[in-house]
Design a protein around this ligand. Sequence first.
Ligand code: PGA
Length: 251
Amino acid sequence: MKLLIIANWKMNPQSLQEAKRIFDSIKRGVRNIKNVEVVICPPFIFMPSVGRQTPNVKIGAQNVFWEEKGAYTGEISPEMLKNSGCQYVIVGHSERRKYFTETDEIVNKKLKKIIETKLIPVLCIGETQEERNKVKTETILKRQIELVLKEVSGLKFQASRLCIAYEPIWAIGTGKPCDVEEAQKIGLLIRKIISKLYSRPISQKLRILYGGSVNSKNAAGYIKEARLQGLLVGGASLKAKEFIKIVRVVS
Ligand code: PGA
């Protein structure tokens, strides 16, 4: 299974020209790396024109709506993404949960539609600093996974090639990443939860990613020591050189 390194550009950069420049540099920088799948998630408006996908550099979306079409001003449907050549969709990112009050129930609706449309979901879960202080991480993650996967059958789960990204909210954009040992523990916990909900073989196939203040210095630890299958990179993915380094050190 290939490692998965996802660039979440969030609401950046400010122009198509700049987006193309970063995309192009990344593409050139990772051209010869075959064991990593790189997915760039630009803002919707840049997706069709940021550049061509290659076998190891794909384009993904940061969000999606749960309906197929209709009167939903400002939204983008999974079908639209699919028809524009997009393969991956980030769903349930904590910034969407915070600023757009996306609940687990909403994330569940989105996830089901993403699976139905045969896009690959990258589900984000994670606890706040406060929840962590209260030693509630396990309970929170378990609840998030159970609610978000409600009514997703084992068969569908397997076919969806779902990836789960552990993104502790206290580590996002703070420069304080999660310890490698802790990330490893959480990785095992997520697999255990999935194994209980579905089955052990299904849980073994799941790709688990880490995200939160990832850079070229700490990236390798999550893959080589914590044995996770990928990374979700925010801030550092907008600096082409730094992002290329991240891909190189894990490959
Ligand atoms: P960060 O963001 O790498 O800037 O911490 C990660 C994310 O929000 O996906």
